[in-house]
Design a protein around this ligand. Structure first.
Ligand code: EPU
Length: 419
């Protein structure tokens, strides 16, 4: 298995651009199932999760090709196998995103039930309840969800709890349902609005995405379009924190800064000087040690759970005490034990991590457990004395495009070790 070797101590300094957002791209690729024609994507990130989504659609009969400008063209209009098998679903829970589009377009879907994962049990009951409200019949058998519907019918749906991929799944399904659907208690993450933008460009009628209520008027069919995947706000946030913990300076281009308001505010509280322009963020930590900042995660516009592990590292190195509360997933502190092995002082109690900042940490061989936990271990490695080896970096490759190249470019000493 490949590993990352990091020699800590370098101060990051430089300018980078962000890649396309994984969590915007995944539902968009699933949305091609709704379409009668091909959809062309620009700026798709080269990530393992995107490859898995391609494999999934490919296994069902989609035609995916890459043209000379590196744009992907996806035609999912003639799927001949309406089953998402366990072998693929178990490697990526976001595979569940094909459920809504398949039932809406083909009247049938058989999808392996995603199990729990490192960050929590992550059920999909909200997706299934909402799909039933649209008129689908759902049965669970042999570890698979089987969903059927002659025709989905628009409905007023109130989600029992806020779910990002659940909102996306049902928003997509409702595009081809008969009549009007209103979705309440929905997720308001920017990726929801991104998906609505694509759906509307394909001819759907989605309004209110990004607010508390989404209204969708069903249409008969959707048509071809070309779409640019927006920049990854979590990737941007990760590089900002990486730079802050090293005391460095960075400018991140091609992003939508307003999507990171919460992260920017916390970084300012930790002592960073931040300048925001229309499509860029500049951070200067002026070689200072960060101040501690309390964090409490919640759905957008709250502080993103996908930035919790990175801020835990910042706090672990800060001058003082802090608490980090994880309110979205029940088990997202898997990085804590590994960080403590490097000399951090973090104790957890239920969904709260109590952190006492330390001045120095030391390199160690550590193991990644999920995507953002892996990112946090890399951040710690950038600061630690000596060498850090991060194992199981396939987690990182699921969500960060060329991370060692981008960090090296900023001045880090980081190398990928072959397996
Ligand atoms: N939940 C349920 N029932 C459901 C759905 C969710 O109880 O039917 C619970 C979950 O167990 C969790 C909470 O609701 O405790 C929120 O889960 P959500 O469904 O919103 O998460 P998700 O859609 O599976 C997406 C991102 C995650 C991100 C979360 C929260 C994608 C592909 N994934 O997951 O991204 O952490 O929203 O913002 O969009 C990552 O990129 O590292 C990542 C994990």
């Amino acid at each position: 298995m490949e590993k990352l070797l990091i020699k800590g101590g370098n101060v990051l300094d430089g300018e980078i651009s962000c890649s396309g957002a994984k969590n915007a791209a995944l539902p968009m690729i699933a949305a091609t199932i709704l379409n009668n024609e091909k959809v062309i994507f620009k700026n798709l990130p080269y990530l393992q999760d995107i490859t898995t989504m391609f494999e999934l659609l490919g296994s069902m009969g989609a035609d995916i090709s890459l043209d000379e400008s590196m744009d992907f063209s996806i035609a999912s209009n003639q799927l001949n196998d309406l089953e998402a098998r366990y072998e693929l679903v178990k490697t990526m829970r976001a595979s569940i995103l094909v459920l809504g589009p398949m039932v809406a377009k083909y009247g049938y879907a058989k999808i392996a039930l995603p199990g729990g994962c490192a960050i929590g049990s992550r059920p999909v009951n909200f997706h299934l309840d909402a799909l039933k409200d649209l008129g689908a019949t759902i049965s669970l058998k042999n570890g698979y969800i089987e969903a059927k519907a002659d025709k989905l019918i628009g409905a007023d749906i109130v989600f029992e709890g806020i779910t990002v991929t659940g909102t996306e799944n049902i928003m997509m399904a409702a595009c081809l349902a008969e009549g009007r659907t209103t979705l309440s208690n929905v997720a308001m993450e920017p990726e929801i609005s991104d998906l609505a933008d694509l759906l509307n460009k394909m001819g759907a009628k989605v309004q209110g995405a990004g607010t508390e209520v989404i209204t969708i008027d069903g249409v008969q069919s959707l048509h071809s379009t070309t779409h640019i995947i927006p920049a990854d706000r979590i990737e941007a946030g990760t590089y900002l924190v990486a730079t802050a913990v090293t005391g460095g300076k960075i400018r991140i281009n091609s992003i939508q800064p307003e999507r990171l308001n919460n992260v920017i505010e916390r970084l300012r509280m930790s002592g960073a000087i931040i300048e925001v322009e229309e499509n860029s963020i500049s951070l200067d930590m002026q070689n200072k040690r960060p101040l501690p900042v309390d964090i409490s995660t919640s759905p957008f516009p709250g502080f993103p759970t996908d930035m919790q592990a990175q801020f835990s590292v910042l706090n672990a190195l800060a001058n003082g005490d802090s608490t980090v509360q994880e309110n979205v997933f029940e088990n997202r502190f898997m990085h804590v034990q590994e960080l403590n092995r490097m000399g951090c002082n973090i104790s957890t109690e239920g969904n709260t991590a109590n952190i006492t900042g330390v001045n120095k940490i030391s390199g160690a061989q550590v193991m990644a457990t999920d995507l953002r936990a892996s990112a946090s271990l890399i951040l710690a490695g950038l600061v630690a004395d000596g060498e850090t080896i991060v194992d199981r970096i396939y987690h990182i490759d699921r969500g960060y495009e060329r991370i060692e190249e981008k960090l090296s470019y900023l001045g880090a000493d980081i190398t990928r070790l072959p397996s």
